[in-house]
Design a protein around this ligand. Sequence first.
Ligand code: PLZ
Length: 454
Amino acid sequence: MTLVASPPTTVPVGGPSLPQERRLVTSIPGPKSQALQARKTAAVSAGVGVTLPVYIVAGGGGVLVDIDGNSLIDLGSGIAVTGVGNSAPRVVEAVAAQLAQFTHTCFTVAPYDSYIEVAETLNRITPGDHAKRTALFNSGAEAVENAVKIARHYTGRQAVVAFDHAYHGRTTLTMSLTAKNQPYKNGFGPFAAEVYRAPMSYPLRDGGLDGVVAAKRTISQIEKQIGAENLAALIIEPIQGEGGFIVPAAGFLATLLAWCRANGVVFIADEVQTGFARTGAMFACDHEDIVPDLIVMAKGIAGGLPLSAVTGRAEIMDAPQAGGIGGTYGGNPLACAAALATLDTYESENLVQRAREIGTILTGRLNAIRAFDKRVGDVRGRGAMIAIELVDSATGEPDAALTSRVAAAAHAQGVIVLTCGTYGNVIRFLPPLSISDDLLVEGLQVVAHALANA
Ligand code: PLZ
């Protein structure tokens, strides 16, 4: 029995120096990837799905290189994680240096300064200039859970409101906050108590309802069905990610926030997918001057190392008893070293501006397609977080089958695009901010060609 499935003779080193090209040397997936996929099926839980079974050996800039030697254009960033690029040199250097110093102590046993510096940085760059505190965790879901715990402790209330189309994670509490049954919830109940769902603003599908009007509808439902006095927190993605890159109508978030303030409800912004320059602002809340009470961050925070955070008003974050919040690995020193290098890169390389440029290219090209192809029902998003919603051109109904065909055809041509949406009919673009214009345009041309022929 061989333990290693014939690795390539030379494994390229990742990072931006990797040749920035789309290069197909086998069909997708190639033979070595297919062999690994067979081993995956035999060894890994079937519940762990794979979107595109090409097995990666290196990544950097705007490409991923697979074990068969194919170089694919990356328009997904590992779901909005590698904003600074894969194996970004500064991140590699910082993690390598930390690796040689110490790998783990548990911050709540014997602390270290990088955790504090990450907290100070997040307190500075998140919306609002009030006094803030931060706590670090490992995954987006874990941070969401802790934000809810902290809000409950602070308010002494239990109910939590989440929205239609929301995605907040896969743990029991966060799965309960997540809206979509398949594949996230089906068979995994019972769900957490005191979680309530409220209507979202979804301009394409609510007749373009005014944002303030949509918020009043939501508030009325909350008041009637839950009662503000029972509500600890309202959690919302300022642009919904998995739900379909839904940008609420202007005024929706601000009206909800004002109601939360007036009623002592903690407003939690889940910026796990939208955070860190992605939308052409450091945080999506910044576009509408929304200052959340708590903000949840993960994904883009540490260049691919697992780290997440909750940052918020000092009086809320300081409410839990000492020892009430924690975890073995939260704010691990390797992840903190990566985060400090990553966060500095967003600022020093002005990646907010780069995300805007990427957004201009994406929306320009996608709107040009929409002008003649009525199956593109919507082009939406902000910055480097843009999606198209595919519909039946006659009825406007969601077309999930078309969406799957387009994504599969793009994959076969060496372009990694992701789908999303409650109705499975959204193709989303989340390129690393380190991608070149040429690669981005080439990737878009492949998707356009796939759509034209689907
Ligand atoms: N909140 C807004 O987008 C993760 C899910 C991938 P974790 N989104 C990608 C998958 O299929 O599991 C996400 C998010 C928002 C929370 C989360 C959860 O973050 O790091 O995956 O736990």
